[in-house]
Design a protein around this ligand. Structure first.
Ligand code: ADP
Ligand code: 5GP
Length: 210
């Protein structure tokens, strides 16, 4: 029996992307209380854990060998090389949850968002960007302020950001992260509106067929 015929709808898949340091994790943390139905998909990374990061909450921190094994065993929905390390979404963080009707958010970079769009055309893709005018300076301040990145790493992230900021056509919505609380409340509004619309469409479809 499919999930829909069992009486509940498939969960909403959200993607939140944006250049490194723009504030994706910070804005998501601020928005999460108003979106209790949405769980973050914890992803895998081969980079070293930053001092404030928690295993299994921020990431699953894995070795290169472990990442190779996950790839070999087809346990990653998608993966990418970013800033000299690898990241990937465990299949188990997304598929089963959506089938059970749970909403999932993937906080990932642009190549991953493109892959999710192919795999799940109905996903809602949101791009978070710095305020217009001094994008590079803002990103630099935030990356440096967060710590744990040497000059070469900061430079690499800024170069990637230039490319990423030109890829916004892929996304359904763009949100400017000028202030955390404002951006978080816009994120909540966008997601709640989308959920409401999809519920109405499903209810309309059921009335027509039933
Ligand atoms: P990302 O997940 O996009 O890489 P983070 O959420 O780690 O970015 O944020 C990077 C840094 O920027 C953090 O130190 C965070 O506190 C800071 N930050 C996030 N949003 C804002 C904002 N609107 N104004 C000022 N600083 C911010
Ligand atoms: P950081 O090293 O700053 O934690 O993250 C590097 C980038 O990789 C961020 O833009 C983050 O959102 C992204 N990312 C984290 N996990 C995944 C993943 O599983 N897949 C993809 N494509 N990107 C990810």
């Amino acid at each position: 029996m499919s999930v829909e015929s069992a009486g509940h709808q498939r969960g909403l898949l959200l993607v939140l992307s944006g250049p490194s340091g723009v504030g994706k994790d910070t804005v998501w943390r601020a928005a999460a209380p108003c979106l209790p139905s949405v769980q973050k998909a914890v992803t895998c990374t081969t980079r070293a854990r930053r001092p404030n990061e928690v295993e299994g909450v921020d990431y699953f921190f894995v070795s290169d060998a472990e990442f190779d094994r996950l790839l070999r065993d087809n346990l990653l929905l998608e993966w990418a090389n970013v800033h000299a390390h690898r990241v990937g979404i465990p299949v188990s963080s997304v598929s089963g949850r959506m089938e059970r009707g749970e909403d999932v958010i993937c906080i990932i970079e642009v190549q991953g968002a493109r892959r999710i769009r192919e795999l799940y055309p109905e996903a809602l893709l949101i791009f978070l960007k710095p305020p217009p005018g001094r994008e590079a300076d803002t990103l630099k301040e935030r990356i440096v302020g967060r710590g744990a990145a040497d000059d070469a790493e900061v430079e690499r992230r800024l170069q990637t950001a230039t490319w990423e900021l030109g890829q916004t056509d892929l996304y359904d919505h763009q949100i400017i992260n000028d202030q955390v609380e404002r951006a978080a409340s816009e994120l909540c509004e966008v997601v709640l509106r989308e959920k409401e619309q999809r519920q109405e469409e499903t209810a309309g479809g059921k009335r027509e067929t039933g």
